[in-house]
Structure formats: C-alpha cells, structure tokens
Design a protein around this ligand. Structure first.
Ligand code: ADP
Ligand code: MG
Ligand code: ZN
Length: 637
C-alpha cells in the first residue's frame, strides 16, 4: 500500500554533466581560433632560420608570443624575443605580418564574459529548485499540473486508489466496536443520498485513539479498502516543514485535493504532532509554525461541507494533548477508542497473523493468548513472527506451541542470554528470589496461578522471572488483590533476607512496581482509609505508560509518601511471614529450580503440595485460585 518513491540521484548526475560541458564550451570559445588548429611549438632560433629560408608566409605578433604559418600551411608558435631587427628580417623575407588588435569581437566578448555566466547561473538555479521541489514531495499528489515552480509546498498526501489487494476490515481482528463505528462512515460514503434524504449529517471527522500498536493505522487503511473511494493519507509530521508557512500551505493544498476528489477520506496519522494544545509559551519564540498549521487545519475543517462526502480521520495515542478546538463538534467530533485487545481479540489477532504461517496441528491459540495478556496487536504479530523465526533456526518446517510460548517471553523479556554466566552463589540467590515470588503468590488467595519460573537471564537485564497467568481477562481489582500483588512483588527480596540475611540489587524492578501499585491505590483508586475517595493525582499520557502527576499540597504529598511506605512495609512483612512459615518448601523448591533452571507451574504446585503435613488449608485454595489480573512478570531477578 505504501509505495513511497525512492529519491533517485540520476538527475543530479545529468545536471553536473551539463554544467561541465558548458564550462568546457566557454573555455573553447574564449581561446583564439588559431589555437584550435594543430600548432607546433618551436624555439625562436628555428623561427628565425625559417624566416631566413623564406619558408614563412604569414606571422602574427602578439605581446608574448608569435604565431606563424609556413608555405605548406602548417601553424607554429614561438615565444617573443626582444629583437629590434625582427621587423626588418620579416620584411626582407617578404613575410606578411601584423599584430592582432582585439582577439575577439567586443560584442562576443561581452556576451561571453557577462551574459553567458548569468544564463548558466539561472539555469542551474532553476534545476536545483526543481530538484528540491521533487525531494520535498511536491507534485507527488498527482494531477497537480501547471508550472512546477508553483507547486512548491504542495501536500504530499498519497492517493490510494482502491484495489483488490488492499486491506479489509477482516484483516483487523478484535476491535469490534471501532469497526462498527467506522462501518457507519463507510456506509455514508457509499450512499450519501440515503443520509441526506432523512436530513442526517455525517460526522465530519473521527479520531482513532488508543495505545501504540493497537491497529489504528491498520483500521484507517481498512476503511480505504472497504469504502472504494480515494484515500488521502498523510502523517502529522509531514506538515512540519523546513520553511515557515509551508505546513499551513500543505494543509490548504491537501483539502483542495480532497475537495476535488470527493467523496473521499483524508487520514492524518499521528495528528498530535500538529494538533497539540496552543499555549502561551509558544507565542514567545515557540513553535509558531506549528500553530499556523493547526489554525489552517481548523479553518479548513470548518470550511468543509460534510454533505460533499469528505470524511477526515485522525489517529493519535496522545488524545489528551490535543487542542480542545480540534475536538469540538463539527471537527473531530467522533472519538473511536481502539483499545488493547481482550482475550478473544488476542486469539483472533493471532489467527489473522498465523494465516500464512505453517503451524503444528496442536497449537492452542487460546493458551498463548492468555499468557500474552496486555500485549497489543503489533506485539502479537511480532510474537507469531518470532515463533516462525525460532522454528527456522531450529530447522523445523512448522511452528510449535513451544515456539510461540518462547517468543512471548522474547517479546516481553528479551532473548535468553546464554552467554551471561551467573556464579553459583548468584544462581542460588536468584533461585530463592524467584521461588519467593512464586510462593507468596501461591499461599495467598486471589493470586494468578504461577505458569513458569525461570532463572535463565534475559537480554533485558532480568536474571530470572516468575510468570503468573490468569484464566481470563481481569478488569477490576479489589483492594485485597492489589495488596496481594504488592506482597508478591516483595516476595523475592523477603526470600533473600530470610535465607541469606543480606539483600541484593536484584529487586530494583520489584521495588519499583510495588511502589507504583501502592501509590496508585492511594492517589488514584481511593483505597486508603485515611485519604478516602479523593483523587490526588492526574494522569497524562494514558496510552503511553501513564505518567502520574501529583495534584495536591506539599503537606499531603508528604502524607501520601508516608502512607505508601506503610503499605509496602505491611505487605513485605506479610510476605516474609508466609515464607518463614514454609521455609522447608522454600528450600526444596529453590533447589529444584536451581537444578532445572526452568520449571512449569504444575511442577511448582506438585512440589508445593507434596507433603500434606506442611501444606495447610491455604495451599488447597491455591489450586482453585485463579482470579487475579492477567499476568505479572517479576523481572529484575
Ligand atoms: P497503531 O495503532 O500504532 O497505528 P498499527 O495500525 O500501525 O498500530 O499496527 C501495527 C501492526 O500491528 C499492524 O500492521 C498489524 O500487523 C498489527 N496489528 C495491530 N492491531 C491489529 C489488529 N487488531 N488485528 C490485526 N493486526 C493488528
Ligand atoms: Mg499508527
Ligand atoms: Zn523479583
């Protein structure tokens, strides 16, 4: 679909050649004509002897050289000499001689020295500017016509012509709501009259919002494939130009083109690049250019008559930074959420992407999808591809369940780092650490079952991890579940403290996560008794990791910090107590993990439940416990 034109360097070479040829020509014209014929250079004495022999017919005396012709018509050249007798000698020998007054016609000389350079510079300038327009994408929009100089700053929105091979809605798995909302737009474009008859106005614009990799761009392309109308696609960053005012003129041109081609769709990807809120700061030497571009976009969207059948689509993963003016009715008035896929969505996406991949018969997509919870469509596509690559690496002709399982971990935690060799002591610490996580999770009710524990280092720096996978998707977490998760995060460090009576740097990621959870409980979810249901932070970038910004007085911030410390400390103590109580199991499991390096959830549970006398009633509940959120990867150790 994207046929981006490769900038070719051929024209440049041709221009260089032209310039060189032109320069050679000037050079040739400026030198006296005689030089162009075959001239033999001789010394002065031979000249004199030739004169004496009456062999010279004509001579031309110049300031620093003499050219002459012999009887046979050959040309010669010699240097002048301070020779007062020369004139007499030539006279005696009957040589016709003279001095050239002007070597070239004055008019010609004037043309050559003044007009020709100007002409050459003009031509070079023209060629360069034309090349620049080409580079900047002017004229790529198709059918621009006219003087090429005038197309400076044309938008380079690509026109996608409907074709049979293009992407359809069925290539976008999951995202049913988004598809349904977009379907209506497609219907409108196919039959605007039906809507006009009843007096309904089509929304002018729709904004696709969602985290990266969820298929926003893909959906836009699918609309182009479904609607069978021209599709103009441009990325927000393409409006940001070298010259001030270019962005605005590109917007104008884009909408001109769209108006000519209605009904059609205009798609502006990553619209936040130009649609950021205008604020006071930008007036002071800020990004005035961007503001102009945005203003032009707003103006054009207002000026548009929706009944003509032009729909403007935008996509962004930072809707909160968009200027409110862009979002008001009449502009991007319809917001289409494109969220991370749910379990069924993930299964469907895996199926779409493994359509052309040879899979073993026993591959179970639903188990893969469950493990890969929280991943985006792009990551799932990547998982399938990693699995296929792994199969090839291992010389197989099809992809197995194991390939897929391993590639999830590759996508989440990076490749296995076989070259990193842990010392025996380190390996032992990591074993206890990971088992600590797993046991704390297992002895609490409402924790996701452990699926895998490994102490094989990963390229992302994790020395091992414990993978917990939930049965289904989980959208609500109770306070107890949140606390349990924090306890699980601290479990690794607790095991180190309990067994080695010292602590390591391996828990940094656990600490970060535990703190994040505790803070969110208090400032976001109103789960703290002292603070109650008061939001004390605002969230920005909700689709890009979600930065929390405290919105409270410094005194409250201090109290929050104290409360966070308290929550984490309590959970740490709880986890420590669990491990202390089941220390024998901790030893047994850590040894088993140390020997095997990777163990499955079943192996783990089997050992955990092995001796009935040490397994109390809590452990029985463990088997049925399945209800915590999707999956936690306790990386760092
Ligand atoms: P973004 O939302 O960041 O624009 P893209 O549309 O560029 O994401 O998605 C990147 C790739 O991920 C797509 O080309 C596609 O291969 C895959 N992908 C993402 N979401 C889906 C989906 N819902 N169904 C199928 N493939 C998807
Ligand atoms: Mg995109
Ligand atoms: Zn850990």
């Amino acid at each position: 679909m994207n046929h981006v034109k490769k900038p070719d360097n051929k024209p440049l070479l041709i221009y260089v050649a032209i310039v060189i040829v032109a320069m050679l020509m000037i050079n040739a014209l400026l030198v006296p004509a005689i030089n162009n014929q075959h001239v033999r250079e001789v010394d002065y004495s031979s000249f004199l002897s030739m004169v004496e022999d009456k062999n010279v017919s004509k001579a031309q005396l110049n300031n620093d050289y003499i050219t002459f012709e012999d009887k046979e018509g050959n040309y010669y050249k010699t240097t002048t000499f301070n020779d007062p007798d020369l004139v007499n000698r030539l006279n005696d020998a009957g040589v016709a001689f003279g001095r050239v007054i002007t070597e070239t016609n004055p008019i010609v000389a004037f043309l050559l020295s003044w007009i020709l350079p100007l002409v050459i510079f003009y031509v070079i300038g023209m060629l360069l500017s034309r090349m620049m327009i080409k580079r900047m994408g002017g004229g790529a929009g198709g059918g621009l016509g006219g003087n090429p100089m005038m197309s400076f700053g044309k938008s380079n929105a690509k026109v996608y012509v409907p074709s049979t091979t293009s992407i359809k809605f069925k290539d976008v798995a999951g995202e049913e709501e988004a598809k349904q909302l977009l379907q209506e737009l497609v219907q409108y474009l196919k039959d605007p009259k039906k809507y006009a008859d009843i007096g309904a106005k089509c929304p002018k614009g729709a904004l696709l919002v969602g985290p990266p990799g969820t298929g926003k761009t893909l959906l836009a392309k699918a609309i182009a494939g479904e609607a069978n109308v021209p599709f103009f696609s441009i990325a927000g960053s393409e409006f940001v130009e070298m010259f001030v005012g270019m962005g605005a003129s590109k917007v104008r041109d884009l909408f001109d083109q769209a108006a000519k081609n209605a009904p059609c769709i205009v798609f502006i990807d990553e619209i936040d690049t130009i649609g950021k809120k205008r604020d006071g700061a930008s007036a002071i030497g800020g990004n005035d250019e961007r503001e102009q571009t945005l203003n032009q976009l707003l103006t054009e969207m207002d000026g548009f008559d929706a009944s003509k059948g032009v729909i403007i689509l935008g996509a962004t993963n930072r809707p909160e930074v968009l200027d409110p003016a862009l979002l008001r009715p009449g502009r991007f008035d319809r917001r289409i959420p494109v969220e991370l896929p749910d379990l069924q969505g993930r299964i469907d996406i895996l199926k779409v992407h493994s359509k052309d991949v040879k899979m073993a018969d026993n591959v179970d997509f639903s188990s893969i999808a469950r493990t890969a919870s929280g991943t985006s469509g792009a990551e799932l596509a990547n998982i399938v591809n990693e699995a296929a690559l792994r199969a090839v690496r291992q010389g197989r002709r099809f992809v197995t369940q194991e390939d897929l399982q391993e590639s999830i971990e590759v996508v989440i935690a990076g490749y296995q780092k076989k070259s990193r060799v842990l010392s025996t002591k380190e390996k032992l610490i990591v074993s206890y650490h990971e088992i600590g996580h797993a046991m704390v999770a297992a002895y609490q009710t409402n924790s996701a079952p452990v699926q895998k524990i490994t102490i094989i280092p990963r390229t992302n720096g994790a020395l091992g991890y414990t993978l917990q996978v939930d049965e289904g998707d989980k959208f609500l977490l109770s306070k107890e579940e949140m606390l349990n998760r924090i306890a699980t995060f601290t479990g690794g460090r607790c095991a180190e403290e309990l067994i080695f009576h010292s602590i390591t740097t391996g828990a940094s990621n656990d600490i970060e996560q535990a703190t994040r959870f505790a803070r969110a409980m208090i400032t976001q979810y109103g789960m703290d008794d002292d603070f109650g249901m008061v939001a004390m932070s605002t969230q920005s970038n909700m689709y890009l990791g979600g930065d929390q910004q405290l919105a409270c007085s410094p005194e409250t911030a201090k109290k929050i910090d104290d409360a966070v410390v308290k929550v984490v400390k309590e959970q740490h103590d709880k986890a420590y107590a669990i491990l202390e109580e089941h220390q024998d199991k901790l030893h047994e499991l850590a040894k088993y993990l140390y020997d095997h390096e990777t163990i499955t959830g079943e192996e783990f549970m089997k050992i955990l439940l092995a001796k009935p006398e040490t397994v109390d009633s809590t452990a029985e509940e463990v088997i049925g416990a399945s209800e915590t959120e999707n999956q936690e990867v306790n990386s760092s150790i």
